[in-house]
Structure formats: C-alpha cells, structure tokens
Design a protein around this ligand. Sequence first.
Ligand code: NZQ
Ligand code: ZN
Length: 397
Amino acid sequence: MTKAMSDFVYYNPVKVIFGKNKIEELAKHIPSDKKVLITYGGGSVKRFGTLDRVLDALKDYDVGEFGGIEANPTYETCIKAVDKIKAEGYDYLLAVGGGSVIDGTKFIAAAAEFDGDPKHIFGKGVGKGLPVKYAVPFGTVLTLPATASEMNDGAVINFKKEKAKVSFSNWRVFPQFSILEPELTYTLPKRQLANGVTDAFIHIIEQYLTYPVNGMAQDEFAEGLMRVLIEIGPDVVDEDNHDYMLRSNYMWTATLALNRILSRGVPGDWSTHGLGHEITVLNDTDHARSLSALLPAVMIVRKLKKWDKLVQYAEKVWGVTEGSEEEKIDAAILKTVAFFKSLGMPTNLAEVGVEANDIATLVDQLEAHGKTAISERGDQTLDVSREIYRQALTLNF
Ligand code: NZQ
Ligand code: ZN
C-alpha cells in the first residue's frame, strides 16, 4: 500500500492582525474590563518607542508592566511575574517582544493559574510534565519574526539552576491574538535578522526532512516557504534595507513556518533543536546559531535515514537536477551551508565556542533531559548524537 499521512487534529485559534499601525487598534482586541500586565524584554521596546505606542493604545485600561525577560527566558525571571500577577490581580497579559518574551509570557500565563509547583508543568528532567488546565488569556505584539511563538502553543524556558532548556505545549497557551507589523522589524540588528531567517528555515526542515509519506500539501508548502527564505534571506539580513515587501514576506513566512500547518499528518524530527538547546545551556549561544552550527552535520550523519527526502529537498528546494542521487544530496548540503554563510551564520560548533572536551558534557545533558531516542524514528541514540556533535565540531566547509 502506498504510504499516506497519519490521522491528525489541526486546531489554531490565534487571530493574526497583520499590517501597518495595528498597535493603535489594540483596544479592539482586549475586553475593556481587563487589568492588563504588559510583558517585555531587555528594553528594545522602550528604546524604539513600541512600548509607548502600546501604552497609548491602552490608555483607558488599568495596566502594569513587567520588563526584563531575557533572551532564552529564565524560569527564575518569569516566576517573578507570576508573583506580581497574584499580588496585583491582573487578568490579561500582553507580550511585546520576540520569541523569548512570548514564550516567557505563555509560561507566566499557565503558572499563574497552576495548582501546585509551576515547575511541574515541564517534564524532561525538570518537573513531572503535569497538564496545564487553565491559563490567563493573553495577546502578543511581535517584534522579531523567528519562532512563530505568536501563532503556536509551545514555549521553551531556561532553568538556570537545573541547567536545562525545556519546552511545554498546551492549547490553553495559544495567544488570543497576535499583532504582526512588519515595520517593527526595521530596528532589528543584522544578527537578529539572520537568527530569525535561520530559525524559521530550520523549523521547516525539522518538519520536512524525514521520510516521505505522500503528504503532498505539507511538502509543497514546506518547499515553497524554504524557497521564499532562500530568495529573500540575504536581503532581509541587510539591516538598512527597510523594504516593506521584503520584511512583510519575512514576517509572515516565519509565522507560517511553525504554526503547525506543516507538521500535521507527517513525521517530524526535532533533533537539531534538541541538540541545539544543550549548546545554549552550556554557553548561552543564540538559539538559531546553535541550529545552523549543527544542521549540516545532522544531514551528513543521518544521510542514509533521510535519503529520499534529501533527494527531494535537492530537487524541489535547490533545483538540483543533475547527477546521481548522492551527488544531488551532497550538492544540496553544500548549498544549505552556503546559504547560512551568506546570512553570516555559523556552520560548525567551533564557531559557537564549543570545544572537543565539551562534547561529553553535551551528551550527558542529552541523557539527563531524556533525549536518548529522538528523531523521526526514535532511533537517534546518544551514540548517534555524539557523532553529530563530533562531526559538527570538525566539519569545515
Ligand atoms: O530583550 P530586548 O531588549 O527586547 O532585545 C531583544 C533580544 O535581545 C532583541 N529584539 C527583539 N525585537 C527587537 C529586538 N531588537 C531590536 N528591534 C526589535 N524589533 O532581540 C534579541 C533576541 O530576542 P529573542 O526574543 O530572544 O529572540 P527569538 O525571537 O529568536 O526567540 C528565541 C527564543 O525562542 C525559543 C528559543 O529557544 C529561544 O529561547 N523558541 C521558541 C519556539 C516556540 N515557542 O515555538 C520555537 C523555537 O524553535 C525556539 O526554540
Ligand atoms: Zn527554533
């Protein structure tokens, strides 16, 4: 029998409000009787006037602020917002920032309503993986297109004490709405633009580069979105190029890359993310930089497992039609590396500060966090992951 996609449920209730001057419409989307806590990061929203626009749009509301959510948001910081909500009685949250602020806010929303120790929302060596039953409703204003957290129900939190970066997902932490103003990307520095394009690209890869199941729409969507990022990426990372067409395509593509439309009914492989989080735990490497430093090695070490999809990737995404299957695959891997380099992203682990004697630590972390049988078939053991780290350290394109 021909392989077919598996059964699935697709649910996504996020109202996306896309375009210019949408912050000014915030009051249309938040019930007028709500007491709103605005959450944000290290200060970019203050520096660039976004917070003032939000405060102005919410001038008739009772509002408070919680700033200081870091990149790779920590449990230790977010839990302070939970205390504030309980002490001051907020019943709506508004995240203004990138993936870190939005993820942090998802955790805060769930933790404020959680019966018991909020650490237990997480599993994987940190908590007990208990279900989230309630969450404070919230919306988002996205300032950095990368994670698609603005249109999904997942969050990744960094536990400094436990040395773990762990995710949870639950439909109760879908944002109620997300404002996507492409012009908010005009203040992003090159490093964050490159991170955003790369993270989105690798989200698509992780939902695509497995084995074929004839998910025709999923494959075509994924291939099309990757081609868009390849086409616009090098221009998007030019921080002085404030072309609205470019930035609007960048923003919407990054959201579509992980609003789960690509993953329904097809296998997924989140091993690059799984291995990458351990690098961030080790030395605070930016999320996307951990991924681009690993992906070429994942493609090489897992070539036989991903063979058919790698050939399809070469042909449909990179237009490689000449040569044997293996030559096409090798050409596609080189083109992927060249694409990351054109964005200024690292393509091996030495470039993100990992040294040979760190590999044992990274593999120990994988074990502690339960990542011993990962990838699309669950056959990526610690030995395979060690080999990926090893090759990612020594590869030099
Ligand atoms: O903190 P501020 O001062 O606001 O500065 C931020 C931060 O330093 C800055 N920035 C954001 N918008 C800006 C801006 N600077 C100038 N102009 C703007 N418009 O950018 C820096 C990085 O922000 P951050 O939110 O950390 O970046 P990103 O959106 O890449 O988020 C990364 C986090 O998301 C998680 C990652 O693990 C990481 O913790 N992820 C979440 C996912 C999800 N929820 O589905 C999936 C992803 O795979 C990822 O794991
Ligand atoms: Zn990611």
